[in-house]
Design a protein around this ligand. Structure first.
Ligand SMILES: NC(=O)c1ccc[n+]([C@@H]2O[C@H](COP(=O)([O-])OP(=O)(O)OC[C@H]3O[C@@H](n4cnc5c(N)ncnc54)[C@H](O)[C@@H]3O)[C@@H](O)[C@H]2O)c1
Length: 220
């Protein structure tokens, strides 16, 4: 299968792309930074998703994983929400064989914890995901979102590398763990490759943050 993944130059997007490739798929990676994946089954496009006109033309993809995002930048709405809408509107039109779309939202979209504009950008994504699911259902395309709690990626180095701060985070995380990008990739591959029957859903995969009495802690 041909698969579009945004944000493949590090973190969750990179790991998901590597796992798709390991399973024999071909990945079109889009990132504003240079590509880092070396494979004949990977094609990198250096593009910023905020600018729709600069997105590459792709017409033979069956999966779209909308992953690229920033956390607590000045531009979270333009980047995480509008940029993802740019990507989605372009590729749902130009890819007739599309089978599934997955959005990487955030547990903060549901809890309201974390950073104000970030939470808003991710909550907006969930509303947009539902709208897209309704529009694409007649084509048989499944459209869902994952809302992750903490994942070990460079995005979070600032708190993971601060022992005291990270202990405070663990103290209020019910399952006393974060996820690896590899664990996230398991969910991403299942939801985009295997799932054919669930659509319009936002899955909270959050180490119990939401339902098990979580409070958000970050570095001062
Ligand atoms: N790490 C976590 O704990 C966590 C938790 C919940 C949700 N998320 C979400 O998962 C996604 C990936 O997070 P990560 O931790 O892997 O982050 P990361 O910073 O490690 O990687 C994000 C990648 O996206 C790219 N990117 C960002 N904005 C872009 C743009 N406008 N155009 C093109 N590329 C862009 C970056 O260059 C980078 O390579 C994000 O949307 C993030 O909000 C992460």
């Amino acid at each position: 299968m041909k698969i579009i993944v945004t944000g493949t130059s590090r973190g969750i997007g990179k790991r998901a792309a590597e796992r798709y490739i390991a399973e024999g798929h071909f990945v079109y990676g889009i990132d504003k930074n240079d590509g880092v994946i070396e494979s004949e089954n990977y094609k990198h496009f250096k593009a910023d998703i905020r600018y729709k006109d600069r997105l590459p033309d792709i017409t033979d993809a069956e999966v779209l994983f909308n992953n690229a995002g920033l956390q607590n930048s000045e531009d979270d709405i333009e980047n995480n929400l509008k940029g993802t809408i740019n990507v989605t509107e372009k590729y749902i039109r130009s890819n007739a064989k599309l089978k599934s779309v997955l959005f990487n939202a955030s547990s903060s979209a549901v809890t309201g914890q974390e950073f104000p504009v970030y939470s808003a950008s991710k909550a907006g994504l969930i509303g947009y995901m539902k709208n897209t699911a309704i529009r694409l259902a007649p084509r048989g395309v499944t459209v869902n979102a994952i809302s992750l709690g903490g994942v070990y990626t460079p995005l979070n180095d600032v708190v993971v590398n601060d022992k005291e701060c990270f202990q405070k985070i663990m103290d209020v995380t019910p399952l006393k763990k974060w996820m690896t990008a590899d664990e996230v990739a398991d969910w991403v591959l299942f939801l985009t490759l295997k799932n054919r029957s669930m659509s319009g859903q936002n899955l909270l995969i959050d180490n119990g943050e939401y339902d098990l009495n979580y409070r958000f802690v970050w570095k001062d």
